[in-house]
Design a protein around this ligand. Sequence first.
Ligand SMILES: Nc1ncnc2c1ncn2[C@@H]1O[C@H](COP(=O)(O)OP(=O)(O)OP(=O)(O)O)[C@@H](O)[C@H]1O
Length: 480
Amino acid sequence: MSAENSSPASGPGSGPGSGAPGSGTPGSGGGGAVLSVRDLTVTFPSDAGPVQAVRGVSYDLRPGEVLGIVGESGSGKSVTSMAVMGLLPKTARTTGSVRFRGRELLGLAEKEMTSVRGKKIAMIFQDPMTSLNPVYKIGWQLSEAVLAHNDVSKEVARKRALDLLEIVGIPSPDKRIDQYPHEFSGGMRQRVVIAIAMANDPDVIIADEPTTALDVTVQAQVLEALRAAQHETGAAMVLITHDLGVVAGQADRVLVMYAGKPVEIGPIDGIYYQPRMPYTVGLLGSLPRLDQRTQEKLTPIPGTPPSVVNLPPGCPFAPRCPLRTDICLDREPALLPVLGAEHQAACHHSDLLTHADAMDIFSTDPNAAPGAAPTDAPLAGGPAAAGLGSATDAPPLGGPGAEASPGPVGGPGSDPGSTSSTDPSTDPGADSSAGPNAASGAGPNAGPGAAPGTAPPPGPKPDPDPDSHPGQDPQSGAAQ
Ligand SMILES: Nc1ncnc2c1ncn2[C@@H]1O[C@H](COP(=O)(O)OP(=O)(O)OP(=O)(O)O)[C@@H](O)[C@H]1O
């Protein structure tokens, strides 16, 4: 661990607050978890004062499960994972505990951490070229990953490389294995990175925004490859994203972060259908839904996240929260059970959120004085019962997002089979000169109904595209 002044806790369950949110066993220290994070804090020095990037993150990752970590840019998702991997810069000050199968990782010497990284815990970054070396062939790079942790011959490593390429859906792997990264499209490169992550059968895969840089149609293919990797290795996975739509079809549980802290954690159904923190409600309200044919507009969350330098007291979400009252400005709420021990939220008013939706909450004036929000009436009765006015009458909150329709249904790419990227002759990603972002032009939420960014909540995952299945890569023709 490269962090300065790391002070790992003496052991899991050793101190107050050691019960991880969502572990279901407060105080137990994450027994049975493959990865246990406790009270993790990360602070960076800056001219303006300490940057409190991570302010007390705890979670347990159970064997084989997928934990989605979601939150806006700057909420501390990546720094949390970089701390787990021991990849923070030396200036970072880290406290807390990160245990992999009971072994403390914080403070581990770099040499020891190297034996964990890649072998036990693998990481997938947003930009595949962060992981791939442009001057080496794909097969060489995959073989090196195998050889780094296994005493096998080069022939065996190459055979494993071929198998891995096949698992992640690279067509004609016997030809592709001898090509360079620039001969692959962005989505295919990311699948190669997933193959490298799988190379040593890790127990944990951390995927940090693995689809964000990709065209929406390619995102589904990469998510499919991630599922294949997880199925093949049985690894538990931390899936980091700013997009609740991406985790909908992937995760078992979701941890929502805001201003460096978990503000809600729970099983995926609970988070999607019974959120108890206004920020989560707001995230869901800004997500296009394919499972609801309503005319309601998307509801953006007004305002921006706070700076994590010199945070004022109180709930960091309070300035954006129409439900705020005086207590919200005075005291930061603790993460507490709301629907059983598994589902926890950090909100003084979580009991007001029964069956609330984003329109109920965010259609009020975000600049209303503190305390103007409902005081004691649950929102369960709908907007009228909560005194918030009619959702359909509510004026848009402003900003282009307020006018966005749940567009994916009618979007140009709503017929998955009709997307241009399935046509080898038109797929920009298939062009050997295409960079990872070559096919992008649409944001994760912008386009086709088949795209993961517009996925419906949990339930049977729609087949994004027959062409998205590993082994049937639509990009293969042109790029070979
Ligand atoms: N090396 C660093 N030095 C100083 N501050 C940093 C450093 N790395 C990250 N930060 C700050 O820490 C905070 C959390 O950053 P982090 O990258 O974890 O956010 P994130 O939720 O992953 O956002 P994104 O989705 O944009 O990556 C941000 O305010 C960021 O500016």
